[in-house]
Design a protein. Sequence first.
Lengths: 380, 392
Amino acid sequence: MTRVALVGIGSTQFRPETPQKNFKELMYEAASRAYIDAGIDPRKELDCIITASEDLWEGVAIFDEYVPDQLGGVLKSVFTVGGDGLHGIIHAYMLIKTGYFDLVAVEAHSKVSEIETLQKIYHFAMDPWYVRPVVDNPYVLAALEMMNMMRLLDITFDMLDMTIMKNHLNAVEWGSPYARIYDYDNLESSEYVAQPLREVDIAPHVDGATVAVLASEEKAKELTDDPIWIEGVGWATQGGRVERTLHNLPTALNTAGNMAYVMAGIENPMAELDFAEVDDRFSFRELVSLAMLRLDGGDLMEMVVNGVYTLDGDFPVNTGGGFLGNGYPLEAGGMMKLLHAVKQLRGEAGFNQLDDPEKALVAIRREVPSNSYAVLVLGR
Amino acid sequence: MRMNIHLKNRVACVGAGMTLFRRRLYETSDELMWLAAKQALEDAGLTIKDIDCVVYGTAPDNFDGIHMQSEALADGGGALNKPYTRVYVGGGTGVFSAIAGWWHVASGLCRRVLVIAEEKMSHVQPHPQYVFHHIFDPVTEKPLGVNLIWIFALEMHRYMYKYNIKKEDIALVSVKNKRNALDHPAAQLGMKITVEDVLNSEVLVWPVQRLDISPISDGAVALVFTDEENAKQLTDEPIWIEGVGWNLDTMYWTNRDLAFPTYLYYAGKMAYKMAGIHNPRKEIDFAEVYDPFDYKELHHMEGLQLARKGEAPILTREGVTERDGDLPINPSGGLLGVGNPIAAAGLMKVAEVYWQLKGQAGKRQVKKDVVTGLAQAWGDLMQVGTVIIMRR
C-alpha cells in the first residue's frame, strides 16, 4: 500500500487582525504558497481539496460552498470537515491510502477578528439545558478542567510558568505578535480569568490560514527529493458532553496517540521521537497532552523542572512557540503545529532549528467545549 | 482520480436502519441517531463495541441550535473514545457521509464503520428557511432577501425553457414519488395525487408549487460498512460499494448555466470510472436520485447520463421510471414522498439501494432483477453532486 507524504505547505502570517484581507484572500495566499512549495498546478493536478471549518465561526450556513474558488477547486472533488485542520489531514491520508487519489490539499483558516460575538458563539457551543444557563464563558469550563488536571497529574503553578516562559521564548523567532520574554514577576501579577486559570495561561486568538499538500509515494517522489512522510495518524473523541468529562483524564487523547504510535511502529515514544508539537491552548493542556501521549518520562515534574522540553533539552516540545506564543487560530490550530513541525524536519526553523530531527509528533485538541483529538507522527 | 489496480480493501454495506421521517419527532437528535444506529447494528449482527470508527453527517451546523453540533452529538453516535468525524457538503452530505465511510474502510484504517446522518429541522422557529437565509453571500445576495425556493424557481424555469418542458410532465414525478412512498413504512408524505392536484396547489415562487416540493422533516439513518473479511463473516450477501464520486462547482451560481448540472456530470463520471461502468443507462439497474423538488429528479437523471439532455421528462411520461419500468427511479418514494431531513434523506437513498439489492424492500421492491444501484444527492448553492454505486 502506498505511503503518504507531505510535499508542500504554505501559510499566511498569524496576526491578531488582518483588516486588509478577507477570509477568501487569506485562503488564497496560503494556498498559492503551498502549491508553489509543492510545485504543482492545482487546477490540473489536485485530485481533492479538503477544508476544515464550522459554520458559526464563519457567520454563514453550510460553509463548504464558499471554498472552491480561491483554492483552485472549481469542478473538483472538494469537501469540508467539521473539525480541526489535522482531522482534514487524516481524511487526506485515508483518501490517498485507498489508492485512488494521488494529490490532496488540506486547508484550514481563522478569521476570528471578524467575529463580533465570539463569547456568544462559545456560549452557543455548550449544552443548552444543563450548562448554558449556568456557565457563561468557556474559560469557566477550562478552569474546572485545569483544577482537575492539576490535581490528577500533580501539576504545579511553577510547572505552568515554566511552560509559558518556554513557549513565548520559542515564539520570538517566528515573529509572533504575542511573543514576550516573561519572568516570574510578570507571571505572578497576571490576573485570574476564572480561578485557577490566569490570563497568561490562555492563548489569545489570531487570524491566519494554512494549506498543506499531501501526495502518494509515487507522486511525492516525482515532486520532491525529501518529502515529509506521514507515518501514523490517530483521532478520537472523548464524548459529546464536555462537562461530564472534565473530571477525568482525556483518555481519548491516549487512544488517538496509541493509534498513531502503532501505525508508525513506535513503542517507546520519548526515545523514538525527536520532538513534539502538542496542544497548548491553555498552559496546562501542554502538560496534560504530554502525560497522555506517554511523553512525560514517568515524572512530569522532573521533566519540566530539568528543562527537558526546552529547545536545548532532550525532548523539545512546541519548538515553534505553540499557541501560547503565536496565538490560537481556531480550526487552523493543528495546521499551525504541523507547519512548525514541518519547518523543523526540513531544517528551515532558523534560530529554533534542532539538531537534525528525524521524527516528530503533532497533537491537537479542538477548541472548548469540544472533546476531539487528532494526532500525527511525521518522519523524514 | 486514477484507477486503483492494487485494490486491497473492498468495502461492503452489511446493515442499515432508519427512524420515521416526520415533521416533528419528540426524540432529541442524540436519540434519533441512536435509534437509527441500533437498527443498523442489529441488522448487521454487531454491537457498538465492534465498531472501529463513526462518521457523522449533518448539513448545516445550526438546526440544533448548538455550535460544533457534531461534538455535542458524539454520544448519540456511540462514539465514546472512538475515532469520530463529521463531514459535510450541504444537501449532498447524506450520500457524502457514506462516501466518507467508504474511504475509512478502503484505506485500511478501519474495519467496521458506523455511518450516521441525522437532521432535526423542527427545532428551528418559526421555520428552517431562516437558517437557509444564511447560506447566501452576505454581501451580494443576502440583502436581496432571497430564500432557497426563489433560486430553485430560477433553475426550474431555465430547465423548462431550455428543453421546452411542460409543467404537467414535471408534475408526474411528484405523483409517482408520493405514490411510491405509500409503501414505505417510515414515509412522511405518501399520498395518492394527480397531475391536476399538483398544478392546482398553492404557488410558492412560480413555477414552484406546494406539491412540487419536499417537506421539512426530522429523522436519522445509519449504515454499517465493513471490509471484505468482516463482511463475509457477517453475511452471505454483502452489498459492495463499487464506485464513489463527488464534485463541487463555483459558489458564484449566477455565472453558470443552470439548465444542466455539470458538477453532477463530473461526479457521476468519477463514480462510473471507479465502478467500471461505460454505459450508465444500460448498466445501472435502478437509481435513487435526489428529488427535493420534482424537476430535480429529471435534472439529475440527465446529469448522471441516465437520460439524454431534455429526455428525462419523456422517460417519466412513458413510465420507464416507475417501479415496474425499465429504469426505476426513486422506488422508495424519494424526498418528495418519504421526507427530507436533509443529510438523513441522502443516506436514506443509500439505505434504499442496499435494501433493494438485498431484496428486502418489501412492497417497494422493484419488479426487475437488480444487480447495480446508484444513489445520488445534491446541495450547497446548486453546486455539489455526490454519487455512490453499489452492487450485489
